[in-house]
Design a protein around this ligand. Structure first.
Ligand code: AKG
Ligand code: FE2
Length: 288
């Protein structure tokens, strides 16, 4: 395994062309993190666990999202707790949901999934009191469904930090981890998640201006490709720069489904049906 390097502002990789292939450890999540896992996160800002969910659990999750999609399409639902649902089209032209906010409030199978005690093992990474799974806060459990079709509405996501959202609310950046459960196996050659290791420790200026939030979509020499198998879990610090690369493949093989839930510390701030639409979602149209 090649060691990862910290990505300081001016850092230049001698492995420029190779950096997609830099390897990093995949761990297993148990009831408590190991010191090695804790150290890796402190240094690089992310962790990757294999086989968090079984193939049968992943099938149940996919089934649940289809049921939610069916209900929302039938009822013409536009928002949940003020957060817009993103609709698009599948390979065969049918209308689908591509970003489901607050999904665990919509289906008992997804609600049950968030009761898994292994999430608690991640709370110490927050370095904050009152750690919890944010099922009713931020955008709740979000399911993303990417597919690259001609005129696609959702096939990639530009560079961003999740913590920028706090700044839009005029708040201090709250402690936040974003936890992804990967429902498709994606190799680096098929697009997928890219992170810039170490950027969780950057200053506020770098967090705000290192790139143009959501507009910049290109390759970065310091990026690392997160290659997933079905059922993998990833965790990244909310301050870390990341993006979703578009699959170079068009059609069925480009399909990528992943669900994210925030792990939060500090004050509990649930959203309700009366919650206003957050300002940061004006960026949602940039995601195509
Ligand atoms: O789809 C992914 O893996 C990442 C999505 C993401 O970064 C986000 O929704 O904020
Ligand atoms: Fe993100």
């Amino acid at each position: 395994m090649l060691p990862l390097r910290d990505a300081g502002p001016g850092w230049f990789s001698p492995f420029y062309a190779m950096s997609l292939f830099v390897d990093y450890p995949r761990f297993t999540l148990a009831a408590a993190l190991t010191p090695e896992q804790q150290d890796f996160f402190d240094r690089y800002g992310f962790l990757h666990f294999r086989q968090f969910a079984t193939p049968a659990q992943v099938q149940d999750i996919l089934q649940a999202t289809q049921e939610i999609q069916h209900n929302w399409l039938a009822a013409g639902v536009e928002k949940v707790n003020g957060v817009p649902i993103k609709y698009g089209h599948d390979v065969d032209g049918t209308r689908i949901v591509q970003r489901f906010p607050f999904a665990s409030q919509q289906h008992p199978a997804l609600h049950r999934l968030l009761q898994d005690p292994r999430y608690h093992a991640l709370f110490p990474l927050l370095e904050a009191a009152n750690g919890r799974v944010g099922a009713d806060e931020k955008d709740g459990l979000v399911v993303n469904h990417y597919v690259n079709v001609p005129g696609s509405e959702f096939s990639q996501m530009g560079w961003h930090t999740d913590s920028l959202r706090d700044i839009f609310y005029g708040k201090r950046i709250g402690p936040m981890l974003n936890v992804g459960l990967h429902l498709d196996g994606i190799s680096a050659a098929n697009g997928g998640l890219r992170v810039i290791p170490g950027t969780h420790r950057q200053g506020l200026r770098q967090m705000l201006f290192r790139k143009k939030h959501f507009k910049d979509v290109g390759y970065d020499p310091n990026e690392l490709a997160i290659e997933t198998e079905v059922g993998d879990l990833t965790v990244h610090d909310g301050r870390m720069w990341h993006r979703v690369a578009q699959s170079p493949i068009v059609g069925e093989a480009s399909r990528r489904r992943v669900m994210y839930v925030p792990i939060l510390g500090g004050k509990y701030q649930p959203k309700t049906a009366e919650s206003p639409t957050p300002f940061y979602l004006k960026f949602l149209h940039l995601v195509k």
